[in-house]
Design a protein around this ligand. Structure first.
Ligand code: IMP
Ligand code: MG
Length: 181
C-alpha cells in the first residue's frame, strides 16, 4: 500500500476519500442509540464477523449501555478481488447461542450472500432471536433477499476500504473510508 497525496494505492488501484472519520463516528453512535433502545430489557450476544467488523464492532459495543456479550466468527468470500466470489467460507467453532438474543455485527452487506449463509448456520443453533447490524449496505448490489434490521448507511455500489474493510488484506487500519471509483 502506497500513499499518493491524500489517496492510497493498492495493487495499482487508487482509492480516494469517501467518508471521513467524523461521519463514521456519527453513524456508529446513531446505531448504538437504536440498539440501546430496542434491547433495553435484553442482554444480547454480539457476534462480530471477522475480520471486517473488528473496528466497527469495538466502537459500537463501547457505546452500548445494555448488558451484552461478545463472540466472533470468521467469514470470507472476497479473497484478493473486488467482487464477491459467491462462495462463502464461514468458520463457526464451539459457539453456544441456544436460547440467546443474537446480534450479528457486519461491516458491509453487498450481494447479501455472506449474511444469508450466516443466518442459515446460526439459526440452526436455535437462538432465541437473531437480528443484524451492518455499518454499511450496498442495496444496488443485492443478489439475495436478506433482512438487515440496523443499517448505518446505504452507499452507492463502489468498493471501499478502511475502518476494518480491506482490499487484498490492505487498508483495514485506515480511520477514514476510501473508495475505488
Ligand atoms: P456479500 O456476501 O456479497 O454481501 O459480501 C459481504 C462481505 O464482503 C463483507 O462482509 C465484506 O467482508 C466483503 N465486502 C463487500 N463489499 C466490500 C467493500 O466494498 N470493501 C471491502 N470488503 C467488502
Ligand atoms: Mg465481512
Amino acid at each position: 500500500m502506497k500513499k499518493k497525496a491524500e489517496n492510497y494505492i493498492i495493487n495499482g488501484k487508487e482509492f480516494s476519500l469517501f467518508m471521513p472519520q467524523t461521519e463514521i463516528i456519527q453513524i456508529v453512535s446513531n446505531l448504538a442509540e437504536r440498539i440501546n433502545y430496542d434491547y433495553k430489557d435484553k442482554s444480547p450476544t454480539c457476534i462480530l464477523i471477522m475480520k471486517g467488523s473488528v473496528f466497527f464492532g469495538a466502537d459500537l459495543m463501547r457505546l452500548l449501555t445494555i448488558d451484552c456479550r461478545l463472540e466472533s466468527i470468521r467469514s470470507s468470500s472476497y479473497g484478493n478481488r473486488m467482487e464477491s466470489s459467491g462462495k462463502v467460507n464461514i468458520q463457526i467453532s464451539d459457539l453456544n447461542i441456544k436460547d440467546k438474543d443474537i446480534l450479528i455485527v457486519e461491516d458491509i452487506v453487498d450481494s447479501g450472500r455472506t449474511l444469508k449463509a450466516l443466518l442459515v448456520q446460526l439459526n440452526a443453533l436455535l437462538p432465541k432471536s437473531i437480528q443484524t447490524v451492518s455499518f454499511l449496505s450496498k442495496p444496488d448490489k443485492r443478489k439475495v433477499n436478506v433482512d438487515v434490521k440496523y443499517i448505518g448507511k446505504e452507499i452507492i455500489p463502489v468498493f471501499v476500504i478502511g475502518y476494518g474493510l480491506d482490499y487484498d488484506e490492505q487498508g483495514r487500519h485506515l480511520p477514514n473510508l476510501y473508495a475505488y471509483v
